[in-house]
Design a protein around this ligand. Structure first.
Ligand code: NAD
Length: 360
């Protein structure tokens, strides 16, 4: 157990504007504040309409809309976006959409050094982190670089009103995963622990309300508030086993990102709980439950989320190579990880059986 009063914490200079309607009403001001005159708006094809509304609000300060974002930022998608930014003579980038759009904005920032403004439409939390990801030949690489941390984040709950309930639930649990791993990260700190517990609490209370009334501005606002806190936790700490498992399953086995996080999180939390009792207790408190892993699985299951990796398209033959790839990577984790442990954990998640903390 680490001493809670022995820590390093670096605050990161992200300006956050949180307001209904802010995507259109506040983004132009954020662009102006940064002195930008020629921004490229990037988005995915499904989010193009919203991105165009933001582009229209920017008027002459927008030099184009690039709507080619794809999940996990394939390198050829990043190359094309960098080329579009250069061809347009862009002096900045505004990413409108989910983690895939923000990831593409980060790829542009990484390669060109252009400042990034993020206008998120999901609960992925990517907007609060200096973490980038690129996928080449089926392998996802991630790294940290201050250049990719958005200078400004515009949170507009109205943008999330259209997020379908199943994606809202899994995206929300993706955010919760950031907070859970931050609680037991080697570089956690008292401030991160406060944000993490409050982030889990806010998200866990908001999601049932979102599922019941997806167009409720109040429920959407509270979920986005939770996403902000959880994303901030991810930005401030080092990821552990859970994120590595999901990167491999997404990057190499093409499993959908948020759904994979949702299925895997209870199993990793159950695995790590004996080595991180304070983190598990904080999550349980936030969920108002006796056992954090069980409560997480029940929360997402009750709201209709997938329960097993099999449902997401993983096959039994994938389990051993996935486990080998996950165990072959280096990462900080409160409980040591062997290929055998990962295989047991993956098999349980594949079958969707209740998670247990039993020693593997
Ligand atoms: P996504 O951005 O791929 O969006 C999922 C789907 O939802 C897409 O089809 C998108 O068009 C649609 N969508 C998004 N917002 C919508 C809205 N408001 N209404 C209707 N449809 C909407 O998925 P995601 O889960 O937000 O992000 C996943 C990606 O983000 C992954 O590549 C992941 O690795 C990355 N990520 C990165 C970090 C980081 O810190 N670098 C953190 C979290 C996630």
């Amino acid at each position: 157990m680490t001493d809670p009063l022995d820590f390093s914490y670096e605050s990161r200079p992200v300006r956050v504007v949180f307001r209904p309607g802010a995507a259109v009403s506040a983004t132009p001001g954020e662009v102006e504040r940064l002195g930008l005159r020629r921004v490229l708006v990037v988005c995915g094809s499904r989010g193009a309409e919203t991105a165009r509304a933001v582009a229209d609000a920017l008027g002459p300060a927008c030099v184009g809309v690039h709507d080619r974002a794809r999940m996990h930022v394939p390198t050829e998608v990043a190359d094309a976006a960098v080329e579009a930014a250069r061809a347009a003579g862009a002096d900045g980038c505004v990413a409108v959409g989910g983690g895939s759009s923000i990831g593409l904005g980060k790829a542009i920032a990484l390669r060109t050094g252009l400042p990034l403004i993020a206008v998120p439409s999901t609960y992925s939390g990517s907007e609060m982190t200096p973490v980038w990801g690129l996928t080449e030949h089926g392998v996802k690489r991630t790294g940290r670089d201050a250049k990719v941390l958005p200078r400004s984040v515009v949170y507009d709950p109205e943008l999330t009103l259209s997020l379908p309930v199943p994606l809202s639930v899994t995206s929300g649990v993706n955010a919760v995963a950031h907070a859970v791993e931050a609680l037991y990260a080697p570089d956690t700190s008292p401030l991160v622990a406060l944000m993490a517990e409050e982030g889990v609490r806010a998200m866990a209370r908001a999601l049932p309300a979102v599922a019941e009334e997806p167009t409720s501005p109040d429920a959407r606002g509270r979920a986005l508030y939770g996403a902000w806190l959880c994303g901030s936790c991810l930005g401030a700490t080092t990821m552990g086993l859970h994120h590595k498992v999901c990167h491999v399953l997404g990057g190499t086995f093409s499993l959908p990102h948020a759904e994979t996080h949702t299925v895997v999180l209870p199993y990793v939390l159950a695995h790590n709980a004996p080595a991180a009792p304070d983190a598990a207790a904080a999550v349980a408190r936030a969920l108002d439950a006796a056992d954090a892993a069980t409560a997480l699985r029940e929360l997402s299951g009750r709201l209709g989320a997938p329960r097993s990796l099999a449902e997401l398209g993983l096959t039994e033959a994938d389990l051993a190579p996935a486990a080998a790839q996950i165990a072959g990577q280096a990462y900080a984790n409160p409980r040591p990880v062997t290929a055998e442990d990962v295989l047991v954990l993956l098999r349980a998640a594949y079958e969707g059986v209740p998670p247990t903390t039993a020693a593997h």
